[in-house]
Design a protein around this ligand. Structure first.
Ligand code: MTE
Length: 316
């Protein structure tokens, strides 16, 4: 793994333009190799990596996935727009290659790593998870990714690391809403407790539906925490910091009474302006009844133990 110093100059400024362009091809080849190593057949068509027969995570839910056109065209990406269709279109402006991620704070080995170097050390799997938004809709998405804990362990967290803060990219020149300071604080940031971050359900995703991550869905690297409301699943991550204390996070800072730090899916704790006890299944027919929302989005068996002594109404 290439470890650079903290104050790294963006690779685009220091790399020969030819090498710079080639990096994308290298990432694709690496993704293909990762796949081949585990007997998977990568299909490289349209200059895009695709995977068939990815190993499936043992945590995958046995659920019918939502059609990809729905999740790709109905996105929450507030750096671009508050409108779910406009954000999809505008996100295409974001250059996602090259990409590096800083891992720092309470760790033995901090550094800034190219995404391809991170991926070289990870085994990708398909994880079929239900994704529940705080706005009371849900989808079932086959993510391609790896456990966040596997990456954090490589940085060797110190015993003082109690929380993890994630920060999205800050590019006001292509992200129009970042020029406005009337809502969320930029860059978008989120946080988890260290045990939540280390839980094997918590993913860093680089793709979905067997393909690379669409820009509007958080390319090239996003978090997925399936038992929490979707706003915790931060997109376009550039920094992961291990901290002694809980970080402030964008939504919690904006409206602490509406968006708690924990944000565990919980039908018994309504949002102040709407109920959370049922959800609209995106992609379902007009007459399909709403689904009853499950505590921890149905992942209680795996994660309830993380919160056994906590009052979930208070720590919502
Ligand atoms: N990450 C960033 N950087 N910016 C955002 O606006 N929106 C969040 C989350 N991650 C958001 C983000 C919200 S509110 C949700 S519901 C999910 O991303 C939506 O993910 P999707 O658009 O892929 O469905």
């Amino acid at each position: 793994m290439i470890i650079k110093t903290k104050k790294t100059i963006p690779a685009s400024e220091i790399t020969d333009p030819y090498v710079f362009k080639e990096r994308r091809k290298i990432i694709k080849a690496l993704l293909a190799l990762t796949a081949m190593g585990s007997g998977i057949v990568p299909v490289l068509a349209d200059n895009k990596p695709r995977w068939t027969n990815l190993p499936e995570s043992s945590f995958s839910a046995d659920l019918m996935t939502t059609p990809s056109e729905i999740i790709e065209n109905y996105t929450n990406y507030y750096e671009f727009s508050y409108n779910k269709h406009d954000s999809t279109k505008l996100a295409q402006q974001l250059a996602t290659d090259p990409w590096s991620v800083e891992i720092s704070g309470e760790v033995e080995k901090s550094g800034t790593y190219f995404l391809e170097d991170i991926l070289r050390q990870q085994t990708l799997q398909e994880h079929i998870y239900r994704f529940r938004c705080v706005e009371a809709w849900s989808m079932v998405i086959p993510w391609v990714g790896f456990a966040l804990g596997d990456l954090l362990r490589k940085a060797q967290p110190l015993s003082t690391a109690k929380f993890v803060k994630f920060t999205s990219v800050y590019r006001p020149e292509v992200m129009p809403r970042q020029k406005q300071n009337n809502m969320l604080e930029w860059p978008y940031s989120e946080g988890l407790r260290i045990d939540e971050a280390m839980h094997p359900l918590t993913l860093l995703a680089v793709g979905m539906y067997g393909d690379t991550m669409p820009k509007q869905n958080g390319a090239p690297l996003r978090l997925v925490v399936p038992w929490k409301y979707g706003f915790k699943s931060i997109k376009a991550i550039v920094k992961i910091e291990l901290l002694k204390k809980a970080p402030t996070t964008s939504w919690n800072k904006f409206a602490p009474g509406e968006y708690g730090f924990y944000a565990n899916v919980n039908p018994n704790v309504p949002h102040p302006r709407w109920s959370q006890n049922s959800e609209r299944l995106l992609g379902s027919g007009f007459f399909t009844p709403r689904r009853e929302t499950e505590l921890f989005n149905g992942y209680g068996e795996q994660v309830a133990g993380l919160y056994k002594d906590m009052n979930l109404r208070h720590f919502f």
